[in-house]
Ligand binder design. Structure first.
Ligand code: PSU
Ligand code: MN
Length: 300
């Protein structure tokens, strides 16, 4: 593989060339974020939601020494069932050179989307600043600050230090747009007590701000969409489970890239599936909203 290891799926290429809306999707959530069979089902449902809104999905993964932008269903199946490396920006070149199967995080997916000329990207939660003094800060944050992509998500994962993550975004100039919310959503919960920079009610309003920000050529922008009300896990219910999950991780010495998948799994178990239901609902909803914004961006 040469210096440009980006393979854009023909459907995605055709949509980009015709200026039709495209939405990038990440694959770490398939390989590491959700248990089977929910992982494959959700990956397919997210692609379906994007299509229903008239956009083309471009799920990103590393396959056979190339970054693929847009996957056939057979690759989605491999990501759901085969061991796949969790690929962020510090491991992208390694996974490419070794020709391993790799599932891309928000950071690596945003890089691929930017390179492919895709402006909208939907995910569940972004990485951020972990609590404590470990200096575990997700590469998702500098990726957002530097890559020209709008990331539609439900806020930082609840397992993070939300205040520090929120502050990081402001310091590095990433606008936080609340989609029908005044507060930064906290992933499983709709509210965090932390402010967004602006509230919008429609895809058109979001698209206008996305367009203005991308024109600055200053990096990315976050569109924060709360989990649908029916599937929310309120913060009060979450906090005891979160304490327990963190205790389990500390006891077992789980840290670094393995921490997020471990905590999400522990929370799903402790909450008897409530956090998993919230996770699935917000992923599909975010894919839909991202496709609507992508459409508005192209039609204005
Ligand atoms: N949120 C989830 N599930 C996930 C992730 C986030 O609900 O699997 C993944 C995303 O791919 C995100 C990554 O980019 O975790 C962040 O990992 P880290 O903190 O190691 O950068
Ligand atoms: Mn991390």
């Amino acid at each position: 593989m040469g210096a440009h290891p980006l393979l854009i799926h023909p459907d995605v290429q055709a949509a980009l060339e015709a200026s039709r809306p495209v939405v990038a999707l990440e694959s770490t959530v398939i390989a590491h974020g959700l248990p089977a069979p929910h992982n494959l089902n959700t990956a397919r449902r997210m692609e379906q939601a994007v299509r229903e809104e008239g956009a083309t999905p471009a799920t990103v993964a590393v396959v056979g020494g190339a970054v693929r932008v847009g996957l056939d269903d057979e690759v989605l199946e491999r990501l759901a069932h085969e061991p796949a490396a969790k690929v962020s920006l510090h491991t992208l070149a390694i996974t490419l050179a070794r020709e391993h199967l790799g599932a891309t995080t928000v950071a690596a997916t945003a890089w691929a989307a930017a390179r492919a000329g895709i402006r909208l990207f939907a995910t569940g939660g972004i990485g951020g600043v972990h609590p404590g003094e470990t200096w575990d800060v997700s590469a998702d944050l500098p990726a957002l600050a530097t890559l020209p992509v709008a990331v539609v998500c439900s806020g930082p994962k609840a397992i993070l230090d939300l205040e520090r993550t929120r502050q990081w975004l402001e310091t590095w100039g990433v606008p936080v747009v609340g989609y029908r919310t005044d507060e930064l959503p906290a992933f499983f919960s709709r509210a965090s007590g932390l402010p967004v920079d602006v509230r919008v009610e429609t895809p058109e309003e979001a698209a206008a701000i996305v367009r203005a920000h991308l024109a600055l050529e200053q990096g990315g922008i976050l569109v924060a969409v709360p989990v649908p009300e029916a599937d929310e896990v309120p913060a009060e219910r979450l906090s005891a489970w979160l304490d327990e999950a963190e205790r389990l991780a500390a006891d077992r010495g789980v840290a670094g890239p393995a921490l997020t998948p471990f905590l999400l799994g522990a929370l799903a178990h402790l909450s008897e599936g409530a956090t998993l239901r919230a996770n699935l609902a917000l992923l599909v909803n975010n894919a839909r909203v991202a496709a609507q914004i992508a459409g508005a961006l192209n039609h204005a």
